[in-house]
Design a protein around this ligand. Sequence first.
Ligand SMILES: Nc1ncnc2c1ncn2[C@@H]1O[C@H](COP(=O)(O)OP(=O)(O)OP(=O)(O)O)[C@@H](O)[C@H]1O
Ligand SMILES: [Mg+2]
Length: 240
Amino acid sequence: MSTLLTLTDIHAGYGAVPVLRGVSAHVGATESIGLFGPNGHGKTTLLRTVSGLMAPSTGRIQFDGQDITGAPPSDIVGLGLVHAQQGNTLFGDMGVAETLELSAFVKRARGGAKAALDQVYALFPRLAERRRQLAKTLSGGERQMLSIGCALMCNPRLLILDEPTLGLSPRLKQELAEAIGAIGKTGIPLIVVEQDVQFLLALTDRLYLVEHGEIAREIDAANAPDHQEIMEMYFGGAQE
Ligand SMILES: Nc1ncnc2c1ncn2[C@@H]1O[C@H](COP(=O)(O)OP(=O)(O)OP(=O)(O)O)[C@@H](O)[C@H]1O
Ligand SMILES: [Mg+2]
């Protein structure tokens, strides 16, 4: 399988505080990846670094053979590496349809905007029902759907989702899981962060455990250890 995204020895942090301490990882062109690990250990920081929202202090990021280290987020989105922002509130005073349509601003998305909109409404019928509603009046779960919908409107080649089901009821979580599974089945590789490892095992091919800003373990979803063992890895790291 060819490699779509390669991270080599990434270090990044906030001011003088280091968070990522040498992350190397990859995503194949036809696979989806899950990230899990204790709170505050650097998952979101890693995603923000990949999508250009922050620059690594050292290390290299390659996407589809191009070096994108330090590239501005707009260029990175333009290449099709799209990070769905959590609870997208940017366009709160705009309607759902308008927000989605405006998200197809990147060159690679323009021609297919109509088909992408149909795809988003098919995946999320709740958004179709609320297409004329103001984005700021959506519920948390609907807002999460809108955020993923906006990312899909960019015609992604790799889609990044950071805790897409955070704070949602079990029923909505299931709805989101089905939609994310359906997106994966269309052939778009995903990077998904979730605390719920079973959720990730069902949706992705490979998992990375992020601990203390490093990749502590790699797990093949097809040969995953049992639940108990995964929980020990998880909480073992959290207690250190
Ligand atoms: N903007 C910021 N300024 C300073 N420190 C930050 C900032 N954002 C995150 N941090 C710190 O960086 C560390 C890693 O945070 P990060 O959000 O990447 O963790 P995470 O693994 O995504 O956690 P969670 O599971 O809670 O979402 C934490 O110690 C956090 O306090
Ligand atoms: Mg996070």
